[in-house]
Ligand binder design. Structure first.
Ligand SMILES: [Zn+2]
Length: 207
């Protein structure tokens, strides 16, 4: 896994660049280019979202307890037994049966239902999008105490306003996540790195 979360100064302090563009990694000091907790949990939510077949918005959610343990992950998808190929992914049929809104389970609901602990009371849920009112109901009923979201692009919609009304009434905190890095790159070849020299291409990823 490669993450381009170091700034240039940190890179230059840790890695001496060689003439061929590769670099020597100082393996005697603590690594600084690691994910902090919030970026990590939000990244898990975004990674889970990649599983979604929704043609418009892939959304993921990650639930974390007070010990910083992940207890549930989910993404938006069709209910169990409802084929991804048979149920509709479109939304043009606003008042008919051929509309995804009637069927798709949102990421927050799935993450709560997928929990691997007895409950999610006092947990924090990391979500890409501010939860809709239906998910807000479930979040509130589940005992989750905090919502960390990435985008609030639907803030003007009544669903989102209703969500915030419920969260405010129930004392559930919500805050927008400000990532330390704009982008995190996963490179499956990174595992092949040498202790002495980092691959040339990793230099590109770190800039
Ligand atoms: Zn929802």
């Amino acid at each position: 896994m490669t993450s381009n979360i170091m700034d240039r100064d940190t890179v230059s302090q840790r890695n001496a660049l060689l003439a061929d563009g590769s670099s020597v990694r100082n393996i005697e000091v603590k690594r600084e280019d690691y994910l902090d907790w919030c970026d990590y949990f939000m990244s898990i939510a975004f990674l889970a979202a990649k599983r979604s077949k929704d043609p418009c918005t892939q959304v993921g959610a990650c639930i974390v307890n007070d010990d910083k343990k992940i207890v549930g992950v989910g993404y938006n998808g069709m209910p169990l037994g409802c084929s991804d190929d048979e149920f509709p992914w479109g939304k043009k049929d606003r008042f008919g049966l051929n509309n995804k809104y009637l069927y798709v389970c949102h990421a927050e609901m799935n993450a709560i239902l997928n929990k691997n602990s007895s409950d999610v009371r006092n947990c924090t849920i990391y979500v890409a999008l501010f939860p809709c009112n239906e998910c807000a109901k479930i979040i509130t009923q589940s005992g989750i105490k905090e919502v960390v979201y990435m985008s609030d692009k639907n803030a003007h919609k009544v669903e989102t306003i209703a969500s915030k009304r419920m969260f405010d009434a129930a004392g559930i905190k919500y805050r927008q996540h400000k990532p330390k890095s704009k982008q995190i790159v996963i490179d499956f070849d990174e595992i092949e790195w040498s202790q002495e020299r980092t691959p040339v291409k990793s230099k590109k990823n770190l800039l």
